[in-house]
Design a protein around this ligand. Structure first.
Ligand SMILES: O=C(O)CCC(=O)c1ccccc1C(=O)O
Ligand SMILES: [Mg+2]
Length: 371
């Protein structure tokens, strides 16, 4: 296939409620969508998971726009690409900027799948027909508020509850949740809010039978996490620290992580995500698919990736309606009793809803081949 045209949209959508983590809180979500068109008129969509500010990682919507426009598009426009795995190779001379790379690569995966009359899940080698999903709940004003939210999500059928913690909103909150829901599959995500000075506090979490603690220590660390894992029973799951198959290998060898949260954007695309998945499967490390509060386009990519066999644990990709009054795809992503049915239409399997998408588009950029 030959990529003939790329369109980028700056989007601004407001979530139903603010999402608070140890690194900050926001309700307005600004992000990029990208559409790639081939020489036959097939199209594919990708979403950038970079936020407006560099607080989850160093990338932002604007750095992604710069990278895509000035470096990534010139590497793919008018080039003959036989398989999306080649895009990972084409981008490899450029360091990092993984979310920018994943935006373009994701659109090309969708395009490739549609062109070859495959679902994106099939193109990736996934077989699951439905996937199990959990929910990620931001930091609340009080344990009581959190308990009420969790009660509602359990009633909706979500398969595991992930709650955000930070210093001052941790042990007491988890204890209260555990007392309220003795059996519920529960985990905590610290988004790098602790250091090794907090070992004694983190040890206290062991009594609550958590499935895992996600990224307790620094966002770039795999050394201290290995030290911490030796001190605590709760399995550590790395999120922020893993950017590539190489990172996954090193973290595994050091004993820094027993589970990996795979986010397509953070690792630079679906090809790298699949490599990490395959490695973890071989080593007996379960994985699950993380979320970045995506619109329907990114959500659809997450659903397709999760059909691979080592996505053993429920991911963070909940129903569109948990985040948005209206989503940019039809149908919207729906979790029923904690399961999302994998769509059977080609590519990402959901159609962009242009009417809704246009309403939330603030700016557009078009790149066309010269011939
Ligand atoms: O519901 C989702 O999409 C996942 C929410 C979530 O946990 C999250 C949201 C924003 C930034 C980082 C994270 C995270 O997984 O650490
Ligand atoms: Mg996380």
């Amino acid at each position: 296939m030959i990529i003939k045209e790329i369109n980028i949209r700056k989007m601004k959508m407001t979530m139903k409620s603010p999402f608070a983590t140890s690194f900050g809180s926001f309700q307005d979500k600004e992000f990029l969508l990208l559409e790639a068109t081939d020489e036959l008129g097939n199209t594919g969509w990708g979403e950038s998971t970079a936020f407006h500010s560099p607080w989850y990682n160093e990338e932002t919507m604007e750095t992604n726009l710069h990278m895509i426009r000035d470096f990534l598009i010139p590497l793919v426009l008018d080039k003959e690409i036989n398989h999306p795995d080649e895009v990972n190779e084409l981008f490899s001379p450029l360091r990092k900027n993984n979310m920018a790379k994943a935006t373009v690569e994701g659109a090309i995966w969708d395009l490739y799948a549609k062109r070859n009359k495959l679902t994106l899940a099939e193109a990736l080698g996934g077989t699951a027909e439905k996937i199990e999903v959990g929910i990620s709940i931001g930091i609340q004003k009080s344990s009581a508020d959190l308990i009420e939210l969790v009660r509602g999500y359990i009633a909706e059928g979500y398969k595991r509850m992930k709650v955000k913690i930070k210093p001052g909103f941790d042990i007491d909150v988890i204890r209260a949740l555990r007392e309220a829901f003795p059996q519920v599959p529960l985990m905590a995500d610290a988004n790098s809010a602790y250091t090794l000075d907090d070992v004694d506090l983190l040890k206290q979490l062991d009594e609550f039978d958590l499935m895992m603690i996600e990224q307790p220590l620094a966002s770039d660390d795999i050394i201290d996490h290995a030290k911490l894992q030796k001190e605590i029973k709760t399995p550590i799951c790395l999120d922020e620290s893993i950017h590539s198959l190489e990172d996954a290998r090193k973290a595994f060898e050091l004993g820094s992580t027993r589970i990996i949260n795979i986010k397509i954007g953070r690792v630079g695309g679906l090809t790298e995500a699949k490599k990490i998945h395959d490695f973890c499967m071989e080593k007996g490390l379960p994985v699950w698919c993380g979320g970045m509060l995506e619109s329907g386009i990114g959500r659809a990519h997450n659903v397709a990736l999760t059909t691979l066999p080592n996505f053993i644990l429920p991911g963070d990709t909940a129903s569109s309606s948990r985040y948005w009054e209206e989503d940019v795809i039809t149908p919207e992503v729906v979790a029923e009793d904690g399961y999302i049915t994998v769509p059977s239409a080609y590519g990402i399997g959901y159609e962009p809803n242009m009417e809704v998408m246009n309403r939330y588009t603030t700016e557009q950029f078009q790149f066309k081949s010269n011939d």
